[in-house]
Ligand binder design. Structure first.
Ligand SMILES: NC(=O)C1=CN([C@@H]2O[C@H](COP(=O)(O)OP(=O)(O)OC[C@H]3O[C@@H](n4cnc5c(N)ncnc54)[C@H](OP(=O)(O)O)[C@@H]3O)[C@@H](O)[C@H]2O)C=CC1
Ligand SMILES: CC(=O)N[C@@H](CCC(=O)OP(=O)(O)O)C(=O)O
Length: 344
């Protein structure tokens, strides 16, 4: 397979390269740039010397046409105008940005404050939450890869909502991310001296992943709901830990919640249900495509605490994107992704 990456110099792009390099079906990786055409890739990234000594290419429709699959890992607002000429005619497309996730273009415009992609193009994309949308992904040429926070949250709560074990109308979700979630561009809030020894909340009640999570709950569990969702920045590089608090349906036990999660994901290699909280942590999934989930009912309040962890750059971005490519090409989902987490 001949694969292209637009946004190769970003964090998501670098992770795509790391995994695709080991993918047995990928024979060629072409790297594209909007800002540094001709630069030798490894001259920018020393860890890739002797591995990717290829020049960065200019993005043109002609240069993309011969690819089998194109990953776009660009800031929001870029692919809304870049991809429409390629949809349905060029390579299979997997977009890691938020530009095609929200089906209502008015909702995209409101939460991202950016010009949306044309509605008829957005309608052709399939939401790439792999474990929940495999059939549609397999038959699609155009995947909108989920956001990092929605991936962590949805994998943990969808089975319980769908089975009627928790009340979906009072969900309170508290999520924390490492700083790489904000990408590689410099900014005041991600500056070392502002993040080191600091733990902060941001985008209070205004995070762009709120409508994405609500849309997916409706799509996969057939429930219309409004969530409370807040995000925090943790002084670490990688990882998301998301905690959801949800009322438990009358008479439902802790064991039933755990069994439901285990049953849902028994055939899914990247989702692990953890039964001891001492085994949970972002370092248990770091560098890997795993999502680990733990649930415990507070019998005093009859609320469940549902916890999930992912690596934002892997299951939250590049890893899930490659998992989706595998599904699109009818390959085993684990191909190229079968790595043990870093842990330390
Ligand atoms: N970081 C994360 O954990 C996650 C990120 N995402 C989403 O994935 C996308 C990429 O994120 P991330 O890798 O962190 O971002 P980065 O900011 O690290 O990298 C984005 C890359 O996009 C390229 N780029 C910028 N402007 C343009 C343009 N106009 N046309 C083409 N390419 C452009 C740049 O490369 P160059 O200058 O060489 O063109 C840049 O290196 C974003 O939409 C993000 O929201 C999704 C899930 C998780
Ligand atoms: C830590 C941090 O800043 N994370 C980013 C995640 C960005 C992302 O994935 O946003 P898209 O919807 O544009 O893909 C954020 O919270 O906005």
């Amino acid at each position: 397979m001949k694969v292209g990456i637009i946004g190769a110099t970003g964090y998501g792009g670098l992770e795509l390269i790391r995994f695709l390099h080991h993918h047995p079906e990928v024979k060629n990786i072409e790297l594209f740039t909007s800002s540094d055409e001709g630069a030798i890739f490894s001259s920018k990234f020393g860890h890739l010397v002797t591995i990717h000594d290829t020049p960065l290419q200019k993005i043109t429709i002609d240069s993309l046409a011969g690819l089998d699959v194109l990953f776009t890992s660009t800031p929001s607002g870029v692919t809304s105008s870049l991809l429409p000429p390629l949809v349905g005619v060029g390579p299979k497309l997997i977009d890691l940005s938020g530009d095609y996730r929200l089906k209502d273009v008015g909702v995209f415009e409101k939460w991202y404050n950016k010009q949306p992609a044309p509605k008829h193009i957005v309608e052709q994309s399939v939401y790439g939450l792999t474990e929940w949308n495999e059939k549609n992904i397999q038959s699609s040429h155009f995947i909108a890869n989920p956001g990092c926070y929605p991936t962590a949250v949805l994998l943990s709560i969808l089975p319980l909502i769908k089975a009627g074990l928790i009340d979906p109308h009072y969900l309170v979700i508290d999520a924390k991310s490492g700083v790489s979630g904000a990408g590689n561009k410099l900014s005041q809030t991600t500056h070392y001296s502002e993040t080191n020894e600091n733990f902060s909340i941001y985008k209070v009640n205004e995070h762009q992943h709120i409508p994405e999570i609500e849309q997916a709950i409706e799509l996969f569990a057939n429930v219309k709901t409004k969530i409370t969702f807040n995000t925090h920045l943790v002084p670490m590089t990688r990882g998301i830990l998301a905690t959801t608090y949800a009322p438990v349906t009358e008479g439902v036990s802790n064991e039933q919640l755990t069994e439901c999660l285990m049953e849902t994901y028994k055939e899914h290699p990247f989702v692990r249900i953890v039964t001891s909280v001492s085994l949970m942590g972002t370092n248990r999934v770091k560098g890997s495509n795993y999502c680990d989930i733990f649930v415990k009912v507070d019998e005093r309040t009859n609320r469940a605490t549902i916890v999930s962890v992912i690596d934002n750059l892997v299951k939250g971005a590049a890893g899930q994107a490659i998992q989706n490519m595998n599904v699109q090409f009818s390959l085993p989902q684990t191909l190229g992704l079968d790595v043990i987490p870093l842990f330390i």
